[in-house]
Design a protein around this ligand. Sequence first.
Ligand code: ATP
Length: 430
Amino acid sequence: MREESSGLIVGISIGVVIGVALAVAAFFCIRYHRKRSQIGNSSSRRAATIPIRANGADSCSVLSDSSIGTESPKSTLQNGISFWLSGLKKANVIPASGILEYSYKDLQKATCNFTTLIGQGAYGPVYKAQMSTGETVAVKMLASDSKQGEKEFQTEVTLLGRLHHRNLVNLVGYCAEKNQHMLIYVYMSRGSLASHLYSEKFEPLNWELRVQIALDVARGLEYLHDGAVPPVIHRDIKSSNILLDQSMRARVADFGLSREEMVSKHASHIRGTFGYLDPEYISTRSFTKKSDVYSYGVLLFELIAGRNPLQGLMEHVELAAMNTEGKVGWEEIGDPRLKGNFDVEELNQVAALAHKCVSPVPRRRPSMRDIVQVLSRILKYRHSRKRDMEDLTPRAHEVIINTSQSESRTPIPEHHRVESLDSTTDSVDV
Ligand SMILES: Nc1ncnc2c1ncn2[C@@H]1O[C@H](COP(=O)(O)OP(=O)(O)OP(=O)(O)O)[C@@H](O)[C@H]1O
């Protein structure tokens, strides 16, 4: 009897052990198959996503403006890690950048055989591409006469792929096939700042939006100068390199490109664009962060005056500067398309800042960090003034609405007025 019961116990134990072993094996089998089918889904690209970035504010988002489909490069951090681990074995990934390698065939299809031209720049044509996943991207086809070899191209893509910020037109992919080099960027649906400033096709940008755009660009440049490792000097800040997304937020494009094609047609061997070039760079041939600040100053004046640097913007500014002592009286250069709808005090603050940026002496120019602080403060006071107005009694509010035909007559509470002027001029001094 005793022998029988111990036999039974041994039998049950063996059964339990075998059962547990089978369950564990089945669990791992199911997990393995799930992961394989997830990877298999990404047929249109050969790389997996690495959404972890060393630098940048939006460190987990890769295609923040695009709609996301099943094959989208955008993924959550958790998913990203498992994709990354499994992807490394299977796919062609640029290490530590998250940049995807697209096939020529897929891009050909997404651009209807390269017929969806958006524009033409010094580097080559740019196409709008509708990927099969539903994402919209911009494909920049680099001139094929470039002397840049495969290795240099890969290095450049790796470097560009490390730069991620919400105010940069982020690189999301590349293609190097059939003797072609292509860079794939987040698609900016509202086009360039230049087109909004100069084309009759668009409504004039209102004053507040212009200040917001100035701040967005300053933040993008601050990241390149002080946040990126190693720091990046843009070298070609201008209104056609500022692109706008669906909600009119601005991003800096064309950063970090080291290509020989980037040579101004107007000044041989000098990189950049005539009208925005730091005079110090022209004389010394040495380009510094402060040369970017100079170009940014020209861009600020462009936003204020709505005038192109190639059509006498800076001459106009210098004439006005004679009556302003750099600080007040800048309203005469205000863009006529604004029809006087701007806050005079704010315009003077932004113009005084722009004037410092274009100082002939580079060390007198503010840093991008100083610029971000000044512009943030201007917008902060604008918003708190708005809140103050909303808090006013209905009767007083009625009076203000009746008398403020233009923004220039918007009443500013006294404490804000003094504080904003003092803090702005103080912090610009460098
Ligand atoms: N990511 C993007 N999304 C939407 N449109 C873009 C994008 N990148 C470029 N474009 C558009 O493509 C056109 C050409 O851009 P590109 O940057 O090649 O040249 P550019 O800045 O106009 O001139 P340059 O090359 O002389 O600096 C521009 O009209 C620009 O608005």
